[in-house]
Design a protein around this ligand. Structure first.
Ligand code: NIG
Ligand code: FE
Length: 396
């Protein structure tokens, strides 16, 4: 990976098609597509976008070579602080065994046994992997420590790598508390929260049968909010349940997974401020039924796409892969999927400064070795991301 900072203004010219995600620009669609475009960057910000022929004079120029440029991906859901992997579990699943999330315990044991340096190196590795695939903002969370010290450690390490950090002490009830889940909820809402809150922006809970029920989830999210952490929820992944409606009721930034939704769940998402974050890598890797993005979009919900990168249910850091799945199997158009992987992720993190390429936005760009963003779905599995800028710096 090379990092290059260029003093003065830089124009990226000769862009065949530019996704701005500003509907007032270009073709008037939600992705604000501009053909034959240029982007001007000054420091860490975008200062101008438009047709190449109208670009202002700049100190430097980079020729995009008639290829496509999109905003850097905003991956709003991952679990990168872990050790070990679960190859055997994946193998067993591909031989017919069902996913139950019980494998989380395997990763908890490996994570507790790892050193800080090992965990930090893992986070760095997966972040670098994601960056090469165009991800310029990455949320990540705890959830494989599940003791006061191990959760706080996970968040401290995560915070060394990204600002978008989520406290997920309520991932599962760990084996050491299996006899007394109420005591574990008290820990998560008490001493563990106090130790973790300084490192986190968000609080999350896995609201699911076998993890935490609606009442427990409400207590955990409310306690987190009282400490200044904003809610997000693992909701309705493996079964129908209260997670989505609780998320909307508590104004969670995002309800994640949304695989099993009633009409009332869809209605709540369509009328609330909570983004529905879909994680197709999880359905791919667990051979589960796909979430129905079309149903959510047609109802008027805001949809984000994210990787859910974790060693159990979705061991991919690739937003392009998720886009391809969402288009092929979840009823999204390529335009919608690219929007959801950029502006949708920004909405799920309640961020205005990323996920779009308009004056004032952070200069996070991915250059594709393709004439159009549609190729992200059209050419699945092909490493099309050929250069990445984050905050105006060329980082890949
Ligand atoms: O988002 N659903 C809960 N947590 C993860 C899975 C974690 C694991 O299997 O290790 C998820 O899919
Ligand atoms: Fe997850």
């Amino acid at each position: 990976m090379t990092t290059t900072t260029t003093p003065g203004t830089t124009a990226l010219t000769n862009i065949a098609s530019l996704v701005t995600n500003d509907p007032s620009l270009g073709d008037g669609t939600p992705i604000g597509l501009i053909q034959d475009a240029a982007v001007v960057i000054d420091g860490d910000r975008v200062v101008w976008v438009g047709e190449s022929s109208k670009a202002p004079a700049t100190d430097n120029a980079v020729d995009a070579g008639g290829r496509a440029v999109i905003p850097g991906f905003v991956d709003s859901h991952s679990h990168l602080v872990f050790a070990g992997d679960r190859t055997q579990e994946f193998n067993a699943r591909m031989s017919g065994r069902a996913y139950s999330a019980g494998g989380i315990r395997t990763t908890v044991a490996a994570t507790r046994a790892a050193t800080d340096a090992e965990l930090s190196a893992n986070v760095a590795r997966y972040l670098a992997e994601a960056l090469r695939q165009g991800t310029t903002t990455q949320e990540t969370k705890s959830g494989y420590g599940l003791t006061v010290d191990d959760e706080a450690r996970a968040l401290r390490i995560a915070r060394e790598h990204t600002d978008e950090v989520t406290y997920l002490g309520a991932h599962i009830v760990p084996p050491d508390h299996a006899d007394d889940p109420a005591a574990y909820v008290a820990l998560v809402t008490g001493e563990m929260l106090d130790a973790c809150a300084p490192y986190a922006r968000w609080v999350d809970v896995f609201c699911e049968k076998g993890a935490f029920d609606g009442d427990q989830a409400r207590a955990i999210l409310t306690a987190g909010a009282a400490k200044g952490l904003h809610p997000r929820v693992h909701a309705n992944q493996l079964s129908y349940g209260p997670g989505v409606q609780l998320a909307v009721e508590l104004d969670a930034a995002s309800a994640d997974h949304c695989t099993h939704l009633t009409d009332a769940d869809v209605d709540a998402l369509a009328h609330g401020a909570t983004v529905a974050t879909l994680l197709p890598g999880a359905e791919f890797s667990t051979r589960a039924a796909w979430p129905d993005a079309r149903r959510l979009l047609d109802a008027g919900a805001t949809v984000a796409l994210s990787t859910d990168c974790n060693p159990g249910s979705s061991f991919t850091s690739s937003m392009p892969f998720c886009i391809a799945l969402a288009v092929r199997d979840m009823g999204m158009t390529p335009d919608e999927a690219v929007w959801s992987a950029t502006a949708g992720g920004a909405a799920a993190l309640r961020r205005q400064d990323i996920g779009r390429l308009t004056p004032g936005a952070r200069a996070d760009l991915a250059l594709l070795d393709a004439p159009s963003h549609v190729h992200l779905a059209y050419r699945p599995g092909v490493p099309l991301v050929t250069a990445v800028w984050r905050a105006g710096e060329r980082v890949h």
